[in-house]
Design a protein. Structure first.
Length: 384
């Protein structure tokens, strides 16, 4: 039976690719324009060809040469800022990022995989074009124009073993009606979701050796394949004493907006600044974590320690195993500030941004498992 291969576009750090790999696919190639994210991908998928390029800049002939990998499935997460709920105020229907899925479909039309998989935010379903058309209708029409059929689902990560409340949109495309018929969407597990404490309680308070042996099935799963005596990417942020005192006042479900006036964030010249309800939210240990986003270094506080989550804790919450390595700097200024200050070596996605942008691998695996079954079913029926 032929091997099942995949190519990842808009690959990021590799959450979607890791889900495909866990489901039995061979990750042959990836395209990611960000330097640090591409380095992370290459570090974790050593045999894959990783191109630090923009998918838009690659011509049809270059793409055609990649058909040698014979991808059964092409996957990708086109940038979603134009669709995101967090960008409602500034949402621009003409945002070029809203049409990058057309580039994805150009690759599909050339590589002709049996299936493709697109991941995006749930906000895409309520987005409209400048003409007022639902974006999802435009996407489905464009998919049909290249001869593929499609279907979509909203999937909740916590229903698939991820210790996080994170709803994502998945669009599956198939090269024929028969292929689309073979694919079935995954059904979430019936057991209670993994809570935050079951996910991270074996990690030490500070950088260093593991605090204890894995105590839960999730911890065992995350540490499987990692022989390191200590988790990587687990250096806590250095907080001032005032910030630590502020964190002490924040209880479960509360944020910096809940603390006393004396400990509120300071603005310029020592005056009181603004306290935001979405910042420094103390997460409950007995429930899945809130959605990890790209700016999550200030969003959340550890349920027990008076600090923000480490990169490794964020990775655990996203379901990245401990063997997964993150490249690039832990945290940098925003891209606009880096450009303004001339910090051209720091204009890439830092580790926290890479984690927040990623698809939770266990969620991706749930969809990839069904894609693998569909591919194998088609092969077996054709061979009969």
């Amino acid at each position: 039976m032929a091997r099942l291969t995949t190519i990842d576009l808009f690959a990021g750090a590799g959450g979607l690719a890791l889900g495909m790999e866990l489901a039995g696919f061979e990750v042959c190639a990836a395209v990611e324009v960000d330097k640090w994210a591409a380095e992370t991908f290459q570090a974790n998928f050593a045999k894959a060809t990783v191109l630090t390029r923009s998918v838009e800049d690659m011509g049809d002939a270059e793409i055609g040469a990649m058909a040698a990998y014979r991808p059964a499935v092409v996957v990708g997460g086109p940038p979603c800022q134009g669709f995101s709920h967090s960008n409602i105020v500034n949402r621009d229907p003409k945002d070029p990022r809203n049409s990058l899925f057309q580039e994805f479909l150009r690759w599909v039309s050339i590589l002709k995989p049996r299936y493709f998989l697109i991941e995006n935010v749930s906000g895409l379903l309520t987005s409209r074009t400048a003409e007022g058309r639902p974006v999802i209708d435009v996407i489905e029409e464009a998919i049909g124009a290249i001869g593929y059929g499609s279907d979509w689902r909203l999937l909740q990560a916590s229903a698939f073993g991820v210790p996080q409340r994170r709803e994502r949109l998945f669009i599956v495309g198939a090269a024929s009606p028969a292929l689309l018929k073979h694919f079935c969407w995954p059904i979430g597990q019936g057991e209670p979701p993994v809570n935050l404490w079951d996910a991270i309680s074996d990690l030490p308070e500070q950088a260093g050796p593991y605090a204890k042996e894995p105590e839960t099935n999730y911890q065992k799963q995350m540490r499987d394949g990692s022989r390191a005596p200590a988790p990587s990417a687990h250096e806590p942020m250095r907080h001032t004493e005032r910030i630590i005192e502020r964190f002490r006042e924040i209880g479960y479900g509360q944020s910096e907006a809940s603390v006393s006036a004396a400990l509120q964030p300071r603005g310029r010249k020592g005056k009181n600044g603004k306290a935001y309800n979405q910042n420094s939210r103390r997460q409950r240990p007995d429930a899945p974590c809130s959605t990890i986003v790209a700016s999550s270094h200030t969003n959340f506080i550890h349920p027990c320690f008076h600090r923000n989550f480490t990169v490794r804790e964020l990775m655990r919450i996203q379901s990245f195993p401990d063997r997964f390595i993150m490249c690039g700097k832990r945290a940098v200024l925003s891209r606009s500030l880096c450009l303004k200050k001339g910090l051209l070596d720091d204009v890439y996605l830092d580790q926290r941004m890479q984690v927040g942008n990623a698809v939770p691998p266990l969620l991706a695996k749930a969809v990839a498992d069904q894609l693998r079954i569909a591919c194998l079913t088609f092969e077996l029926r054709n061979a009969a």
